[in-house]
Design a protein around this ligand. Structure first.
Ligand code: AMP
Length: 505
């Protein structure tokens, strides 16, 4: 099964339906979308691309990203999406590691790429791409469920990124979970690409193609809250994926405009911790438009989901706990929580989250050591710690590598961050461990003050004591203008820990 069959099918049964939009402009119906992708496959095959080869996509969001994606699949090859904001050296590493045969990039990235690679590079927004997508169509090259569709490079918050192998079968399974576990999709919907297509937002393209919904790519190619609000109001119902930091910015912008999210059907958030204060504020302002997912490249977007009703239903006795959770297992996976020796733990006890099922990767690309360290008897070790309640709701406690061990006790930074964030003097916070001769590690909080505020450590300590044990209070609060983040908005705790270690030297 080649995932490209979904595009061919929609083009056949609903060819006249609107498919690709750039901002307010309709560029293609499904018949044209498919014709261009199939022509691209012909052009690639004519240039020597073979079944199983890899083709890199290094571009800001643009409708032609989707044409390139499906064109590569029709040709029987796999895509290697690369975040366009990565440093040229990081891009060069991924090109070399993946063994890509061709690169599609936006013009803005051509000069850097030309310096760093001898590969053929085609600008998605240039005349060559237009020529390549205008010729005769190629038939779909047959693929099996366990053949590679997408090499997904991890965001690399620690060390070199690793290439997660996403197969056609994984992509189909994760996509089919979307209407079942996340949100039903209708032909009248529009997938709005608010987040990079190289990550989760791009993975959601397939199910929207299968159903025949529209795809709207903002003209900015990036995340502009005002643009998202305007496009949704004009072309809704829209659905989109957002990282928690983006949702925070959207809520702030909407409040300034007095916009209540008209046209937005669903915002799926995930990819990092959503603080309770932020989601409560978003629901208060926008209403019941949210679903949370928990996933990782190794099981893309498909581990758990927290439903719209769970997020919005304040009358439920466990609403607060559920809001703080990431919901229940999606339909194609089974979860387990295990201790350090791999033994299953009962509900309520914290351990490592393990996942098994169709959307779980077969392994990393050319990296048997990392694969062996991550996959055990068909189970994926997520590296995340959490616990499950009697109703199956999973609460993430932290990444195992972020846990602070102080005086032999585990301290989970996230619970300290949650409480600090409810204090009005704090805009953003990241809690990490600092080496300590006395305790092993001690708690340090990096804080970004709210505009005009001057956070006072004594007041913050007192605030923490209303909710948490004494020993969890930070030994130091360090003010910082902004938290270091990677290109997906995740806080780089490794950078903060390195800074603390350097200060100790
Ligand atoms: P990536 O593979 O780059 O998508 O990163 C996956 C990691 O992001 C997971 O292992 C979690 O640590 C974190 N993550 C993903 N979704 C959530 C979520 N809904 N809440 C908290 N953390 C999340």
């Amino acid at each position: 099964m080649n995932i490209a069959h979904w595009l061919e099918r929609t083009a056949r049964v609903a060819g006249a339906r609107p498919a690709l939009m750039h901002g307010d402009d309709l560029l293609a119906d499904y018949a044209l979308f498919h014709a261009r992708a199939a022509a691209l496959a012909t052009a690639l095959i004519d240039r020597g691309l073979a079944k199983g080869d890899r083709v890199a996509l290094c571009s800001a969001n643009t409708p032609d990203y989707l044409v390139a994606m499906f064109g590569v699949w029709i040709a029987g090859a796999a895509i290697v999406p690369i975040n366009a904001k990565l440093h040229p050296k990081e891009v060069a590493f991924i090109l070399q590691d993946s063994g890509a045969r061709h690169v599609f990039a936006s013009k803005a990235h051509l000069p850097d790429l030309a310096d760093d690679t001898a590969l053929p590079v085609t600008a998605l927004d240039g005349p060559d791409f237009t020529t390549m997508t205008s010729g005769p169509p190629a038939p779909i090259v047959a693929r099996k469920l366990d053949d590679l569709a997408w090499l997904f490079y991890t965001s690399g918050t620690t060390g070199r990124p690793k290439g997660v192998q996403i197969t056609h079968g994984m992509l189909a399974a994760a996509s089919l979970c979307y209407p079942v576990d996340v949100d039903p999709v209708s032909q009248d919907d529009a997938a709005l690409y608010a987040a990079p297509m190289s990550h989760g937002a791009g993975l959601y393209a397939a199910i929207h193609v299968r159903i025949g919904a529209r795809h709207i790519v903002p003209r900015s190619g990036g995340f502009d809250p005002d643009e998202i609000l305007a496009l949704s109001a004009a072309h809704g119902p829209t659905s989109m994926f957002m990282a928690p930091t983006m949702l925070r910015r959207l809520t702030d912008a909407a409040k300034v405009r007095g916009a209540r999210g008209q046209g937005i059907k669903t915002i799926v958030y995930g990819g990092g911790p959503m603080y309770r204060a932020d989601i409560e504020e978003a629901v208060n302002w926008f209403g019941p438009r949210f679903v949370q997912i928990y996933g990782q490249g190794e099981c893309p977007m498909a581990i758990t989901a927290l439903s719209r009703a769970d997020i919005a239903d304040r009358s439920h006795a466990r609403w607060q706990q559920r809001l703080a959770s990431v919901g229940r297992a999606q339909s194609a996976v089974t979860l387990a929580i295990v201790d350090e020796t791999g033994q299953p733990l009962p509900p309520g006890q914290t351990g490592e989250i393990m996942v098994r099922g169709t959307p779980v990767m077969p392994g990393y690309w050319n990296n048997p050591d990392a694969s062996a360290a991550t996959l055990h008897d068909g189970w994926l070790k997520t590296g995340d710690l959490g616990h499950v309640d009697d109703d199956g709701y999973l609460t993430l406690v932290d990444r195992s590598k972020d846990v602070i061990i102080s005086g032999g006790t585990n301290i989970y930074p996230r619970e300290i961050e949650e409480v600090l964030l409810t204090h009005p003097s704090i805009h953003a916070v990241a809690v990490v461990g600092r080496p300590s001769p006395e305790w092993g590690e001690e708690v340090v909080a990096f804080i970004v003050p709210a505009p005009g505020a001057a956070p006072d450590p004594a007041i913050l300590d007192a605030h923490l004591l209303t909710e948490l044990a004494r020993f969890k209070r930070p030994k130091a609060y360090i003010q910082i203008a902004d938290l270091p983040r990677n290109n997906y908005g995740k806080v780089l705790k490794t950078t903060l820990r390195d800074r603390l270690r350097a200060d100790l030297r």
